[in-house]
Design a protein. Sequence first.
Length: 246
Amino acid sequence: MTLPFEPILFGYEINVHLILEYLAFFLGYRYYIFLRKKTTDTIESTNRLSIILGAAIGAFLGSRIVGFLENPVWISDIFSFLNLFNTKTIMGGLFGGLLGVELAKKMIGEKQSSGDLFTFPIIVGIFIGRIGCFLSGTNEFTYGKTTTFFLGMNLGDGLKRHPIALYELLFLAVLFVFLWKLKRTNLKNGLLFQYFMIAYFGFRFCIEFIKPNTFFLAGLSSIQILCLICMLYYRKTILNLVKNAR
């Protein structure tokens, strides 16, 4: 198989990445429904729907805003305007969704933590989406710098590059297992999602150094700056982790 993987079916080129993106949303949501049925949800159904709506709106806006900052698209015609809506990143989606949830909870007066139930479905969704990123090769900005490292691969441009999507797939699999085991230790409500965000944003901060990025401020990319903002947001949890580790 060569990358990008663009199979032809009935004379039409299939966008595998787009199909896997939709599949990621569908399976992630179905997994969420499955987990909710097996879990005693302390949040009322109407409030939970409001939280999901807040997450969806926040994720949509966040993914587009941060995606634009990562790869600016200048609007010169209708096609560049439409392309602006296709410029997105999961990092902005996650953090935007987090802010959307917090805003929705303030509006409806919900004080209980709501993120734990979303944690594993989010990981599953990202995992499926990253398979699509890998199959897209250099058509998607999820490839790494050129390298002589033994894991370097030809992702479609004839050069050996870091297969960042594969690195992330491995990380997500390990993170899923780790958090699943951690879940069984009677973890305080809300911490599971916080640990996921800290771990994932920490991983992405590091992996960005081997991407052919544009570094805007202090040698950091827009994604890395967002990672630092996320770490600042969860500073109390991080400090408690450090304290307990000692």
